[in-house]
Ligand binder design. Structure first.
Ligand code: SF4
Ligand code: SF4
Ligand code: SF4
Length: 312
């Protein structure tokens, strides 16, 4: 059965050693028998009942929630297809953090490297389709300021959901707040449609964003389907952007900042909070290197003397 799972579920060698932790035994049975095709709900229920003594309706719902299955819409009918280990891994690390953290640190490091490289490869096509603010095709398309993030929440007419950040829970490269992924997308295969996420009020979302800003997390968005609060050490989009040489193009730099030396009191807050080393302080001398700046704007909000401003 293992060989079948490895090929059917695209399991790379980095994941093989802990696949039993990622997949329940009943899920493994289903994966090993599913073919590379779309299944109607009834056909899938039939297959499940032949394999496992379980309520097939609930089992299918659980497999969808846990990202073992994906949905496809064909002629107004919801069909099911097998997901893969790449997609399952994200949900696993995000929602079964104890088990993920129990896996050997070296193995997790290799998995993280594999994941960020896969993510970069999968993003190339989306980037080539364009990354305009009005019509972006990719996650974390552009950085937005704190004011724009709060404004986005104010204008939202749909429900707002909160998820644990999938990059930080998987990469674990820092201790910054993890419960910061704000989602609006509820379509098929979204985390919300799968049954994850907690509904939050506008006030709760705005409070969370303000706190994220103070913790050094940068706000980004894409076609307003999500509002991410990211760091540079864990965030897969930012790390993938570096791998692809897309710095400042993804997430796009849309703000330039100006630094007023006269107002600077050399407190060093900007150098601590900047994720890209654009502000530095040495022997109480502050320097700003615009070449390194991605335009996230969080230094502006955390400067006690308003020495940092947006240029426009
Ligand atoms: S993109 Fe940002 S907020 Fe979203 S999951 Fe990744 S680091 Fe977290
Ligand atoms: S945060 Fe503001 S005052 Fe402090 S070092 Fe940076 S620019 Fe100067
Ligand atoms: S210097 Fe640039 S990249 Fe660094 S915090 Fe400020 S706006 Fe962001």
């Amino acid at each position: 059965m293992k060989d079948k799972i490895i090929s059917q579920f695209n399991v790379p060698e980095e994941i093989e050693s802990f696949i039993d932790k990622m997949l329940l035994i009943d899920e493994q049975k289903l994966i090993s028998k599913m073919e590379d095709k779309m299944y109607s709900k009834n056909d899938l229920k039939q297959l499940v009942s032949e394999l496992i003594d379980i309520d097939s309706e609930n089992f299918i719902a659980s497999c969808y929630k846990r990202c073992i299955l994906n949905k496809v819409i064909e002629e107004n009918e919801v069909l099911y297809v097998l997901s893969d280990s790449y997609q399952r891994l994200g949900v696993f690390a995000q929602f079964e953090q104890d088990i993920w953290e129990g896996i050997d640190g070296d193995i997790r490091k290799r998995v993280d490297e594999w994941y960020v490289n896969e993510y970069a490869k999968k993003s190339i096509e989306k980037i080539e389709k364009g990354n305009d603010r009005e019509q972006s095709n990719i996650e974390n398309a552009y950085f937005i300021s704190l004011e724009e993030a709060l404004d986005l929440i104010d204008k939202k007419e749909s429900s707002i959901y909160l998820l644990p950040c999938n990059c930080k829970t998987m990469a674990k490269n820092c201790n910054k707040p993890q419960n910061v992924c704000v989602q609006f997308e509820t379509g098929i295969n979204s985390m919300i449609d799968r049954g994850w996420g907690v509904k939050i009020s506008k006030d709760e979302a705005k409070e969370l964003i303000r706190n994220a800003n103070k913790s050094g997390l940068m706000h980004s968005s894409e076609c307003e389907s999500a509002l991410c609060n990211c760091d540079a050490c864990c965030c897969y989009p930012i790390r993938a952007s570096k791998i692809l040489g897309m710095e400042k193009q993804w997430p796009k730099k849309i703000h330039e900042i100006s630094w007023n030396k006269e107002k600077c009191i050399s407190c060093g807050k900007c150098s601590k909070i900047c994720n890209f080393g654009a502000f530095t302080i040495e022997n109480k001398v502050v320097s700003f290197n615009n070449e390194k700046c991605w335009g996230c704007t969080i230094c502006k909000d955390n400067c006690p003397t308003n020495a940092i401003k947006l240029k426009f």
